[in-house]
Ligand binder design. Structure first.
Ligand code: GAP
Length: 454
């Protein structure tokens, strides 16, 4: 595979420079693995989430939406197995005074001789591993000592199982059907790494698909295909994506089978999980039925047949997807002897769709450009920029991935036409202002693939 110009350092620096992502609490020295999303980061992540909702809700009729509470009844986590088992093996190094996940030791920087593997570095003095629960605790009630201990949810999935009964009743759904949710989850991760890839506060996009037990295998396969296609349709290059089935000793306590969608990150980082697709069987509904005393099953009113549905779960993360889209889109080329940094994002994902630029800040050009901006603003996310040389303004838009730039020039004032510049091909077409809206719409709807593949 050809060497790519992208590195994680370049992504981190672009994200900070152009207002996608900042380290959290930087004025106080920062807080590790916590990040704030700036203007373009919000727009990009919103587009990722909108595409997920579209695939779940708009393009099919068997999935419904939910937004459940972050703090749930503490019994939830007893029933789900998280209180007892959502742990990582924690190891301390007495020499380096650093903490590690035992299963991540090989990739850690432990040891005063970092060229050697940590476990083999004689200077390192590692403790035995002990289990560390990843759930954040807090208390409900005004007096901390007398309050009830509750947890910030470590996954959005359980909120779906707690609401299963409501969906049977209000939506009168019959398996197969799904419930989808996007929201914040929290994990006190021991090791954090790779920018926004592993954070302590992050978002998940999870869908629980309830099926007749005999159909579980078939639906598992269906969701593997659907989810891989979603990433490809949004422009991730297929040769950097793979599905990796879990080995039996890797499976979570609830899972009968899991495959991860993995993306090949640059340099030494390698393949990392973007999303897990699991066959959870009837584990969750059975556990919550036992702990709540409620019946969580489907009863067919016509035949009287009753069963506990099995669950297929595609569980992804908008933060990780966003990072993969950024890494995959990052490119550098040379224009008129100058290096250009460009994000070749799928137009549907790009934070800004159209930049509107007057060629010069006089002769009525800004006024006409403002008119074009107002016209397009009803339709898509637009940015107006009149500051600095036109070349510099194009570069700024290239760096945030804006697919099209509309330039109002001398001729525009005579015949109400503008130029429409394409971020990737760099072609400029002259087009009537009246036709701009339809042309942008047409381009947005076209199937798209990364120009890096060409
Ligand atoms: N309900 C199943 C579940 O939570 P998971 O593989 O632990 O499965 C699903 O998480 C997805 O959530 C991951 O594939 C990833 O996209 C995202 N995710 C998990 N932990 C994360 C973290 N610490 N930072 C960012 N995203 C995370």
């Amino acid at each position: 595979m050809a060497e790519e110009p992208v590195t994680m350092d370049k992504i981190v620096s672009l994200c900070k420079r152009r207002g996608f992502v900042f380290g959290s609490s930087e004025i106080y020295g920062g807080l590790s693995a916590a990040y704030d999303f700036g203007h373009y980061g919000v727009l990009l992540k919103n587009n990722v989430k909108a595409q997920w909702w579209k695939a779940m809700l708009q393009e099919r009729d068997d999935i419904l939406a939910l937004d459940s509470a972050i703090i749930q009844h503490p019994k939830t986590w007893v029933a789900s197995g998280h209180l007892a088992g959502f742990t990582d093996p924690l190891v301390d190094c007495r020499t380096c005074k650093l903490r590690f996940r035992e299963d991540h030791l090989q990739q850690s920087a432990c040891g005063r001789k970092p060229s050697k593997k940590p476990g083999e570095t004689p200077d390192c003095d590692l403790t035995e591993a002990r289990d560390f629960n990843l759930m954040f605790q807090t208390t409900i009630g005004p007096v901390q000592e007398q309050g009830t201990t509750v947890y910030l949810r470590p996954e959005t999935a359980q909120g779906i199982f707690l609401n299963f009964k409501h969906y049977l009743q209000f939506a009168r759904k019959k398996p197969p059907f799904g419930i989808a949710q996007i929201g914040k989850s929290f994990r006190n991760e021991i090791t954090t790494q790779n920018f926004i890839f592993r954070m302590r506060e992050f978002e998940q996009m999870e869908m629980e698909y309830f099926v007749p037990p005999a159909e579980a295998e078939m639906w598992f396969q269906h969701w593997l295909d659907q989810r891989m296609n979603w990433y490809v349709r949004l422009g991730l290059r297929p040769d950097r994506l793979r599905l990796r089935p879990h080995d039996a000793d890797e499976l979570s306590h609830y899972s009968r089978a899991t495959s991860d969608v993995e993306y090949l990150f640059p340099g030494t980082i390698g393949w990392l999980e973007l999303e897990g697709i699991a066959n959870r069987g009837d584990f969750d509904l059975t556990q919550h039925a036992q702990h709540s005393g409620q019946k969580l099953e489907y009863v067919d009113s016509a035949t009287g047949e009753r069963y506990v549905p099995h669950v297929i779960e595609p569980a992804g993360g908008p933060d990780r997807s966003m990072l993969a889209f950024l890494v995959d889109a990052y490119d550098e080329d040379t224009i008129q002897g100058e290096t250009r940094t460009v994000l070749r994002l799928h137009p549907q994902l790009a934070p800004v769709k159209v930049a509107v630029l007057p060629l010069v800040r006089k002769d009525g050009q800004p006024e006409l450009a403002r008119e074009v901006e107002r016209m397009l603003r009803n339709q898509v996310q637009v940015e107006y920029d009149e500051g600095g040389a036109i070349g510099r303004r194009y570069r700024r838009q290239d760096e945030i991935g804006t697919p099209w730039a509309v330039t109002v020039d001398h001729q525009s004032l005579k015949d109400r036409t503008v130029t429409l510049r394409d971020r990737d091909s760099l072609t400029q077409e002259r087009i009537a202002i009246d036709e701009l809206g339809a042309e942008i719409e047409r381009r947005l709807r076209q199937p798209w693939q990364s120009p890096k593949l060409a």
